[in-house]
Design a protein around this ligand. Structure first.
Ligand SMILES: [Zn+2]
Length: 415
């Protein structure tokens, strides 16, 4: 899709910054931006700043690609809130067409909100997850899949709605102790195969080990949660690795669903002060209570750590949805997730890659996720060095979407 005409912002060059290019840190680079794109990246003494360019001093700061949250459900003001914390792209993992159309139209023309890519509606069965949100997140029953013979029809409809990838849900309720109807492995296999015939990725929601392994056998490209109902077993981790799938652990939401984690730490961080609306602040400070179930944040972390040790690509995602889906908020929770990934054994640079170049590569977003000439100028400048201390990601000094500087305070006040 061509970019809309750019107006109102002059070319500029960030000078003397440490640069995290999506993979690694390089010191003392200058990065020039014009017409919403990165035009040059060069050593400080090797780049001629064009006459009339503004300069932005990056001394003692790190310039990074804007963050990609690889699992969300944006609605309402979500994409604006996301951008306020440096998330420049959200990957929407389940929505309904009218909401998708609205979010897409706005993101196409506005630089004060994050961009999105979407699965549109995910494939589930009647009464299957997330049917419990009908009447809350969803006004009415969404389309479902009846069985394998119905799967190609379902995928075709999502493609017609403009889905960027296909999502399916295998969830028999094991992880939360609430049995529910679920897509079968056979139906999932037809969905994944049909998605691939359209040239699209197929990704799966699964929160138990058994459901996750069924999704992997069905041929999906990625799992968009880590399982949390039991500790990692060598043979299960090896199967996931051997299948070549990526995993979006969404530890902030798994921890909340297990009843073990809230987002209070980031909600109360002074650097988030005044930037998180009250309703979202309250949402962050809560977690679910599903009663008796086998799941725990500890298992989710141990599985994440084992996947990482095995070499499975991990992507940072939050599963932030609406107020009422407890424990997260768009944008700020991504910073929480990055800390948790580091606690699971990723180096800070690996965690940063999990929120930039890795999702860009896996979801085929060739125009973003790295600092390189030609890429979209979705950028953040943070104080300090997040590649040695991940906590620094929240020290946001500047956020640019397509080269347009965000006024965070004004945006928060007008929300
Ligand atoms: Zn989700």
């Amino acid at each position: 899709m061509p970019l809309p005409p750019r107006t109102g912002h002059a070319p500029f060059t960030v000078v003397n910054a440490r640069v995290f290019d999506g993979i690694r840190v390089v010191d003392g680079l200058s990065v020039r931006i014009a017409d919403g794109r990165i035009t040059d990246v060069a050593p400080a003494d090797g780049l001629v700043v064009a006459a009339g360019d503004e300069t932005v001093d990056g001394t003692d700061a790190t310039l990074l690609p804007g963050f990609i949250d690889s699992h969300t459900h944006p609605a309402g003001d979500a994409l604006a809130l996301a951008l306020r914390f440096g998330v420049t792209t959200e990957l929407d993992m389940f929505t309904v067409p009218e909401r998708l159309g609205d979010q897409r139209e706005q993101a196409a023309v506005r630089d004060d909100m994050a961009d999105l890519r979407s699965a549109s509606t995910g494939a589930t069965v009647l009464g299957g997850h997330p049917s419990q949100l009908i009447g809350l997140s969803f006004r009415e029953q969404f389309p479902v899949v009846e069985g394998p013979e119905d799967a190609a029809r379902f995928v075709g409809e999502r493609v017609a709605e403009g889905a960027d990838f296909i999502k399916l849900l295998i969830d028999d309720g094991t992880a939360t102790g609430h049995p529910s109807p679920s897509l079968t492995e056979e139906t999932a296999r037809v969905i994944a195969r049909t998605a691939h015939e359209y040239g699209l990725l197929a990704v799966a929601h699964a929160t138990s080990e058994q459901n996750a392994l069924a999704a992997v056998r069905a041929g999906v490209d990625g799992l968009v949660h880590v399982y949390m109902d039991r500790p990692p077993r060598t043979e299960s981790i090896a199967r996931i690795r051997d299948a070549g799938v990526f995993v979006v652990p969404t530890l902030v939401t798994m921890g909340s669903m297990a009843g073990d984690l809230t987002g209070r730490a980031v909600a109360e961080d002074p650097r988030a002060h005044g930037l998180v609306p009250d309703a979202w602040h309250a949402n962050l400070c809560q977690c679910w209570d599903f009663g008796e179930h086998p799941s725990s944040l500890r298992y989710a972390r141990e599985v994440t750590a084992a996947l990482h040790r095995a070499g499975v690509p991990l992507l940072a995602g939050t599963d932030a949805a609406d107020v009422g889906v407890l424990g997260t908020a768009h944008g700020v929770s991504l910073h929480h997730e990055l800390r948790l990934l580091v606690e699971c054994g990723l180096s800070p640079a690996e965690a940063l890659a999990a929120a930039t170049s890795v999702p860009a590569d896996r979801f085929r977003l060739a125009d973003r996720g790295r600092i390189a000439p030609g890429r979209q100028a979705d950028l953040v400048l943070v104080d300090g060095d997040p590649a040695s201390d991940i906590d620094a990601t929240l020290s946001l000094r500047a956020i640019w979407r397509r080269g347009t500087l965000l006024d965070r305070t004004r945006q928060a006040e007008s929300a």
